[in-house]
Design a protein around this ligand. Structure first.
Ligand code: SME
Length: 161
């Protein structure tokens, strides 16, 4: 495993992802512990993409429970259909929220969070994980983020929704 991420200084988002994702894939090679892998994915995304908050919620029975993340402290449990994460889980659908203040039911863990993208990672039995990325800027995420971030599911041997 490389000791350091090779962080591209391009301002082009697609180029950044193109450079980062193979490194994330390599980070996970030979390690099948889920928590360890989610921890390194969160750290790599935070470091390379400079997201305000990035991390995972893990489906446990009827709730999402906070998993590895990077950023300010966050709420630990989210119910099905609650907040952006709970709705993405319920619908098994990626949600891009340009302005969290305009999303009914958004759970505000930090008032600095302005926009977010939430991607469910599922296997054949349904949603297993939620990847949640928050920005302190409005309108920070689009289909490009959905496409590239969704690829991470395949490195975890999960297919994207
Ligand atoms: N944004 C989420 C809550 C989790 S935190 O932002 C980390 C939501 O409304 O589902």
């Amino acid at each position: 495993m490389a000791e350091k991420l090779n962080i591209s200084n391009t301002t082009d988002k697609a180029e950044k992802y193109e450079s980062l994702l193979p490194q994330i894939e390599a980070l996970l090679l030979g390690e099948n512990d889920l928590v360890a892998n989610l921890a390194n994915i969160s750290a790599a995304l935070k470091q390379a993409m400079n997201f305000f908050w990035v991390g995972f919620y893990i489906v446990k029975e009827d709730q999402l429970v906070l998993g590895p993340f990077q950023g300010p402290i966050a709420c630990t449990r989210i119910g099905l259909g609650k907040g952006v994460c709970g709705i993405a889980w319920e619908r098994n659908e990626t949600l891009i929220v340009p302005n969290v203040d305009e999303f009914p039911g958004h759970i505000a863990c930090s008032s600095d969070s302005k926009s977010e993208i939430v991607i469910p990672f599922s296997d054949e039995d349904g949603v297993k994980l939620i990847l949640d990325v928050d920005s302190d800027q409005l309108n920070a995420f689009d289909e490009l983020d959905a496409k590239f971030l969704g690829r991470i599911a395949t490195y975890l041997q999960l297919k994207n929704s």
